[in-house]
Structure formats: C-alpha cells, structure tokens
Ligand binder design. Structure first.
Ligand SMILES: [Zn+2]
Length: 289
C-alpha cells in the first residue's frame, strides 16, 4: 500500500483560504479531496480517504496542520473512498455524521465494501482491515461546530448522490465542501436505488444559493460556483434529452444507445464516461413511470 496510487500524498496540501486546507485528489479515481479546517482551538477533518492506511496518512497530516488543536472528523457521505479510514480517528477525534448517513453506513456499508473489493487488487488492498465506524455524535438537518473563533456548518443534503449526503460550509471563508454532489470534470455518479438525478438538480440549486466563492468538489480541482453550475447544467441537459426521447416512445435501451454517445461527445473533457448511461437510466426510471 505504501506506493499505491490510492494513497493520499503527504505534504501536498494547498491553503485555499486562511486556515482552510485541501489535500488534493490528483484526479485519481477513488482518491477524494480531503479538507482540514482550522479554528483557534479545534480542527475539522473532512473525509478520510479509502481504508486504514489512508486514515493513518490523513490523521498524521491533520495533526501536522492542526498542532495542538483537538480534532473533529466528518465525512461527506458513506462511500468507501470518503469515509472508510474513519476507524483510525476513533481515539484521536470526535466523529460527527448526520443521522441518515450513520443509518446508511450501518445498512449499506458492508455491501459497498464487498462491491469495491471487486474493483481490483489495488482497491482490495486499500480496503484490507477496514472497520466500519459509527460516529460519536449525530445530528439532523444542520449543526454548527465551534472550532474556536470560527464556526463551521454541517448540512444534510441527502437523497441526490446518497441518502446521507452532507456539505460542509466554512462561512467566514466562503468555502463549500460539496462531497460528490459536485465534481470538477468527472461525470456524476447517479448510481443505485437511492441516487436521484431530479433531486440532485434541486440540491445543486440550494448549493448555489449558499453563495460560496470557493467550492471543493469531491473529486477534481478546487474551483468556484461555476463547478456547481456546470454539474447542474449537465444533469438538466440529460434530464431534458431523456424527456424528449421518452416522449417519442423509445425504450430505455434505445435511449441509452442513442443518447449516451451524444452526451459523451458534448462533455468530451469530463472523466469516467461510463457513468453517463447510469444518469440516463436514472432519469428514465422517474420520467417514464
Ligand atoms: Zn460518492
């Protein structure tokens, strides 16, 4: 694991706003952007990377940046690359998730662990020794964490990518950690029974209204509000295209076969084009019923 591409790299943080750091994903699949937010007394870590080795790296990096501050950990959603290093934080940090995310982890965590283990030996190695950790604290709706001279808001935005999606808002710095609700030039993962493209469009409207000037996507380079707008436009584009095809009576296989290549062409510089068909099928499921 020590030379795995899936391992978060040490010493690579950028300070995107005063006291707000991101360990970048380097556009490597299954490596998320990780945040460390410093207050006067406490530091909040956002996401852990996938598996215990990443948890160790992220904890060490957080301690280096935080100095003597006490640590808090939150996770943007329950997916393995975002939260499955949390066991390493259990004695080092207070762990806070929204309640729906905690329930989703309890209900679907093992299933995702098994699924991800089928993604190849490097992913399986990264997941070796994973312990799924429930948080110390949960909340419903929103909660505010006082880091000392800086308040950070955790806000539930579930039902778009996963049931327990959460965003992290650093108000005084205009920073939004969006998790996988926003990616930079990666197609959104509208996967499984819970993900909902139409709800996702609504969610992105709410995220725009937060008015953050710096947006940290789950994957891809840090940017501004244009990242939210690009993601929203993409989902609206797919939804409207699926609507037209449904109106002309085509079945889902035909729609995916026709529309998939067109969409991939329109977003040629976005990565992971295999997710386009999932988005088409997700919109079809709701629009054709
Ligand atoms: Zn995800």
């Amino acid at each position: 694991m020590t030379d795995s591409t899936l391992l978060v790299r040490t010493g690579t943080e950028t300070e995107i706003a005063p006291g707000v750091f991101v360990l970048p994903d380097r556009r490597v699949n299954l490596v998320p952007n990780i945040g460390v937010v410093l207050g006067d007394e406490a530091a909040l870590v956002v996401d852990t990377g996938m598996g215990p080795a990443n948890g160790d790296v992220v904890l060490a990096e957080a301690r280096r940046l935080a100095g003597s501050r006490r640590l808090l950990l939150t996770v943007t959603h329950f997916h393995p690359e975002h939260g499955y290093g949390a066991s390493r934080f259990v004695d080092a940090a207070r762990i806070v998730y929204n309640r729906r995310q905690a329930v989703e982890l309890a209900e679907s965590g093992e299933e995702f662990l098994e699924l991800f283990r089928t993604f190849g030996p490097e992913v399986a190695a990264a997941l070796e020794g994973v312990e799924l950790m429930q948080p110390h604290d949960t909340y419903d709706g929103t909660t505010e964490l006082d880091l000392g001279g800086r308040a950070v808001t955790l806000r539930e935005e579930g039902g778009a990518h996963t049931a327990g999606d959460q965003v992290v808002i650093v108000d005084d710095a205009g920073v939004l950690f969006a998790g996988d609700l926003v990616e930079n030039r990666f197609f959104p993962i509208v996967f499984g029974d819970v993900a909902d493209g139409s709800a996702w469009i609504e969610t992105l409207g709410r995220l725009e209204r937060i008015g953050a000037s710096i947006v940290v996507p789950g994957h891809g380079e840090v940017g501004g509000p244009e990242l939210i707008e690009a993601f929203r436009s993409y989902l609206i584009d797919v939804r409207d295209s699926v609507t037209e095809h449904v109106a002309s009576g085509e079945d889902v296989e035909r729609i995916a076969a026709e529309l998939g290549p067109e969409v991939r062409e329109r977003y040629a510089d976005w990565d992971n084009p295999e997710w386009v068909d999932f988005a088409i099928r997700n919109f079809h499921r709701t629009l054709a019923s």
